[in-house]
Ligand binder design. Structure first.
Ligand code: ADP
Ligand code: MN
Ligand code: MN
Ligand code: MN
Ligand code: MN
Length: 333
């Protein structure tokens, strides 16, 4: 049996890494072998010592090629089999293992913006702007909604791949959408988010649409794109004290978190467009102008989860979930 295995990895592009992939033909569906690539072409190695190693860490059915074909998410290793400096997953696995007894769960809301050429979908081709924001969020109808065929194809692909999506919605800016992954453990949620991102870019090719995770794709009075990160531990799912404890812990470590929540965060966390200023930490019930929101149902039931609204759409989930687990679980321990 011939299987096409699409090996996917995260490169070394600065300041925001890109996804890369290439196909390996396998003759059986046994254990997925390690593989290599030219790190000098991905900002991961110098030309004179260019080999990097791909170690499969998560695989799922390939919903594009179908059949027995696979998507294979990999960690990047050095040739001595230690994690490459750009490998942010390995340190997450360490922290997740350390705090596994607190049973952390994540649900991540990935916002993104579709472009055709140099303009977002729904913007006039060359110059000018669409009508102001208002009707687009969760809208319906050709006046307000752009890109739905790609959105639906991506949702179907994620479900066929077995990814745990919990929903999708059109966003506040035209051409901007969101999908949610989780709730899942930190490593599982992050792996699935990276594969879902890869599928979005890949299916965009078939629609002539490029997807960007840029946090502020249009300057001015247009919403940026975030990656709200919802988080709970077993204790938070049982007591309100733990919910508040997690929010307080995030406040004590706010600067380190914001510095690692995605490039260009100062342009998005302005205090406008449903954000809190990047240099002021706040939390509140139902408050979409706070850094961290406690959903009203959580306050009412006295248990549940918190929403960290600060991460950018272009954040690395391996970094964000590691920081949140480390900060909150050490405080709740
Ligand atoms: P909103 O747009 O109102 O902020 P969404 O419905 O887009 O909310 O996203 C809420 C997210 O919270 C979902 O991804 C969901 O999986 C996640 N979630 C729900 N319960 C929990 C929990 N106990 N722990 C972590 N995440 C959770
Ligand atoms: Mn949402
Ligand atoms: Mn949203
Ligand atoms: Mn938003
Ligand atoms: Mn949200």
């Amino acid at each position: 049996m011939t299987i096409k295995a699409e090996y996917i990895w995260i490169d070394g592009t600065q300041p925001t890494a890109l996804l890369r992939s290439k196909t390996k033909i396998l003759s059986s569906s046994g254990e997925l072998p390690i593989w290599g690539f030219d790190g000098s072409s991905t900002n991961q190695a110098p030309g004179r010592a260019s080999d990097c190693v791909l170690k499969p860490v998560f695989s799922c059915p390939d919903p594009i090629r179908g059949g027995a074909n696979l998507l294979v998410l990999c960690e990047v290793l050095l040739t001595d089999m230690t994690p490459h400096p750009t490998n942010t997953r390995a340190p997450l696995v360490e922290v997740a293992t350390k705090y596994a007894n607190q049973e952390p769960l994540f649900g991540i809301e990935q916002e993104y913006t579709m472009f055709r050429g140099s303009r977002p979908l729904g913007f006039p081709d060359h110059t000018g702007y669409p009508a102001p924001q208002g009707p687009y969020y969760c809208g319906v109808g050709a006046d307000d909604i752009y890109g739905r065929p790609l959105v639906e194809a991506h949702l179907d692909a994620c479900i066929a791949a077995g990814l745990s999506l919990s929903g999708i919605n059109a966003e506040v800016m035209p051409g901007q959408w969101e999908f949610q992954v989780g709730p899942l453990g930190p490593v599982e949620c992050s792996d699935q988010l990276w594969v879902a991102r890869w599928l979005l870019h890949r299916i965009g090719e078939d629609h002539g649409i490029s997807v960007t995770l840029h946090p502020k794709p249009v300057r001015g009075d247009w919403n940026g794109a975030g990656c709200h990160t919802n988080f709970s531990t077993k204790a938070m799912r049982e007591t309100y004290d733990a919910v508040i404890g997690a929010a307080e812990a995030l406040g004590k470590n706010a600067a380190e978190h914001v510095a690692n929540y995605g490039h260009g965060i100062e342009d998005r966390l302005t205090g406008q467009h449903e954000t809190a200023p990047f240099d002021e930490f706040s939390y509140g019930v139902s408050d979409r102008g706070a850094s961290v929101r406690i959903p009203w149902q959580v306050a009412q039931e006295g248990r549940g989860y918190i929403e960290d609204r600060r991460p950018n759409a272009n954040m690395d989930p391996y970094v964000v979930t590691r920081l949140m687990v480390d900060t909150c679980c050490s405080a709740l321990a």
